[in-house]
Structures are given as C-alpha cells and as structure tokens.
Design a protein. Structure first.
Ligand code: AMP
Length: 373
C-alpha cells in the first residue's frame, strides 16, 4: 500500500478496547470507517465503529472475511496473537506489521531490541527454571523484579524479590514461563514519550510526560514531565529511534525510568496509542489517536506540539466513576468515558484531562492537587 487511503475507506482494528474506540473516533473525524474485530460483544470499540466482527482471534474464516472487508489492518493492543496478524498479512496491509508485534509481546525480545536501538536498560537475565533464577539473582543481586515475559500488564505477572526467601514462591506463582529477572531500578520518576512514524518514515514525537501509578495502574500523567530539559529531550529522541529501528508505521509509547542523576533506562515499548498519551486528545491539535490513524492511512503526520499543559487522571473502577459528575462541572476539565458496562474495581472506565496554561506545571510541587484532581 503506497497511496494514502481515500476518504471513506475502512480501517480494520484488532481489539475492542478503549484504545480502538478512541482511534475509531479519530478515524471518523478524518472521514474513514472502522471495522472492529474482537472476541467480546458490545466492546467499547464496537460501540463507535461502522462495522464489527465478534470472533476468536484464531478463527481463520472470520479473519479472511475481515481482511476482505477492510483496506488496512491495525491493532489496539499488543496481546493480539502474532499468528492472527501473520494470517492477515498476506490478505491485507498490516500497520504495524507482525514483526513489531513479536518484539513487543516478549519482554526478552523487547529488552534485547531496546539495547540494540541504543536505549540503555537495567541488567536483566532470562530465567528458564528455578536453578536459573538462583544463578540470575547471583549475577544481578537483590532487590530484583521477576516478570513473566508475555501477557503482563498493569503490574500483573511480576514479583519484587527482596530476600532469597522470596525466590521459590515467586517462581512458583508466575507463569507462563520463561520469566525475566530485572535489576530493581531505584527510579525517581517514570516517564514516557509517544512517537508516531508515518508510512513515508517521517516522525512526530509528543512531549515527554511523567506518569504516576496507583495499585500498579496508571493514575496520573503530567504533560510536560517535570524533569530536567535534557532528560525530557533524550526520552523523546529514544522514542523516535525505537520507532525507526522497528520500522514502525503507527504510534508507540516508550516507557522509561529516570534515575536521580537524570539517567534514563528503557522499560517497555507499547506499539500502539498508550494511556500515557491520552492528554494529547485535549492539549494538542492532533491526538495520538489521530496520528495513529494518519500513519496507518498513509497520510502526512500532524504537528505534535502542545498548546496547553495537562494533567491526565484515569477513572478506574467505581471510585473513578464517582468522580464523573464533579469532573463534568469543573472548568478546564475535558472528561472522557469509554462505554464499559460494568464498573469493576481496577477497570479503566475513562479519563479526564485538566488543561492548564502553558508553563504552569513546571515547579508545581503538588500538581495533582492544584489541577483539581
Ligand atoms: P511493567 O509492567 O514492566 O511496566 O511494570 C509495572 C511497574 O512496575 C512499572 O511502572 C514500575 O513502577 C514497576 N517496575 C517494573 N520494573 C521495575 C524495575 N526493574 N525496577 C523497579 N520498578 C519496576
């Protein structure tokens, strides 16, 4: 696929979650239709898409019909089976392609890739059995973090090892294996940078943001990150370099740890729009979702510059939902809900972006409170 997608063309999205929903809304604004493919009925993405398929990712006949009905395929979460994208690739252009998915689905491949792309990472070892865990701890030391290599998100599938007594129970609990052992990083902040890369290789990278988690789930993002300017610039540069090294067509988030001396260590790549980029929906002319659609459709990328400072608050579970009426009534607040039926604890139901004049976040000691969140 070389020419840009014509207005009215259809973008196929694998996955029915909120990231696909917000991508479909951005696509509609640019004149495209979306067809969401997911196993769950009435998913947030399907509610706003022109067409949908409810089928298993392994359903070859459904995948073939989906490929015939769309002009390009993308995915909204990286745990879509690689075999699904591999089955689609001969039938329709897939952006990003299966190679990108394979790197980002496997923490071992991802860590090796980050290092090759020039992003420093904490020491790590692959762990194939219990003896291997003991050996890896011997080399890396404690504390350390033991993680599953696949399907981990929001802190699931990982354990912090503080003493040797923690090794056996953590190994017994975590599966599927193999696992990865990482040195514990004494970070002072977690940041991320979102990069879009177009079909022509052009790059658009948003400002680096600072992320705060609660119960392992992203709670707040501050845009821009309150870190030294060279650190913020380096995070953006790394995100662009990773997008180039992956040959990405689409959007990715690069999550990084910031050490006390400003050094950055890469943690994870998400090869899709990311929760830490939701602030771009209201604080930039073009959101990460629009950039993703532009890239996938072969359109020129948009200017990623920020016209406001922003604090993004995730609305998680029933307590998050309880904030909704107040958020609607708060000046300068842009609230978003994802249309999920059940407000289960720990579930991301929406978010709100509090906009602030440019330059106001820098130096704010407690920006969350000042932003009225
Ligand atoms: P992850 O699923 O790898 O993004 O990890 C979830 C969260 O666990 C991160 O956002 C960090 O807060 C924490 N974490 C992950 N890996 C490490 C590490 N090697 N050292 C310290 N904290 C970590």
């Amino acid at each position: 696929m070389t020419a840009p997608l014509a207005p009215g063309a259809t973008i196929g999205i694998l996955g029915g979650g909120q990231l696909g929903r917000m991508s479909a809304l951005a696509a509609a604004r640019l004149g495209y239709r979306c067809h969401v493919f997911a196993p769950e009925a009435d998913s947030p993405g399907m509610q706003v898409a022109a067409a949908h398929t409810i089928a298993a990712y392994e359903d070859a006949a459904a995948l073939a019909r989906f490929a015939a009905a769309v002009d390009v395929v993308t995915f909204e979460f990286e745990n879509v089976p690689a075999a699904t994208l591999a089955a689609l690739e001969p039938l329709a252009p897939c952006r990003p392609g299966v190679g990108v998915l394979q790197v980002c689905q496997d923490r071992l491949a991802e860590k090796a890739f980050l290092a090759r792309a020039g992003v420093p990472v904490a020491p790590w070892r692959a762990v194939h059995d219990e003896a291997g865990l003991a050996a890896a701890v011997g080399e890396i030391g404690l504390p350390a973090v033991l993680k599953t290599t696949r399907m981990g998100y929001d802190g699931r599938g990982q354990a912090v090892l503080r003493t040797t007594a923690d090794l056996a129970p953590a190994y017994a609990r975590l599966s599927p294996r193999p696992l990865i052992l990482e040195a514990f990083v004494p970070f002072v902040a977690e940041v991320s940078a979102i990069a879009a890369r177009g079909a022509d290789g052009s790059l658009a990278v948003y400002d680096t943001v600072e992320n705060r988690h609660r119960d392992h789930i992203l709670d707040l993002s501050f845009a821009p990150a309150r870190v030294p300017a060279p650190t913020a610039a380096l995070a953006r540069r790394h995100a662009g370099e990773v997008a180039e090294a992956l040959g990405l067509i689409g959007v990715l988030a690069l999550e990084l740890f910031v050490l006390a001396d400003g050094t950055l260590l890469g943690n994870e790549i998400a090869p899709r729009p990311h929760n830490s980029g939701h602030w771009t929906m209201d604080a930039c002319l073009a959101s990460q979702f629009e950039q993703h659609v532009r890239a996938v459709a072969g359109l020129p990328l948009a200017d990623p510059s920020r016209h406001h400072d922003a604090v993004m608050k995730n609305l998680v579970g029933p307590e998050g939902l309880a904030l909704w009426p107040g958020l609607l009534a708060t000046p300068g607040m842009a609230p978003h809900l994802y249309g999920k039926a059940a407000a289960r604890p720990g579930r991301k139901l929406g978010h709100a972006n509090r906009l602030l004049p440019l330059g106001s976040l820098a130096g704010m000691a407690d920006a969350a409170a000042l932003a009225g969140l």
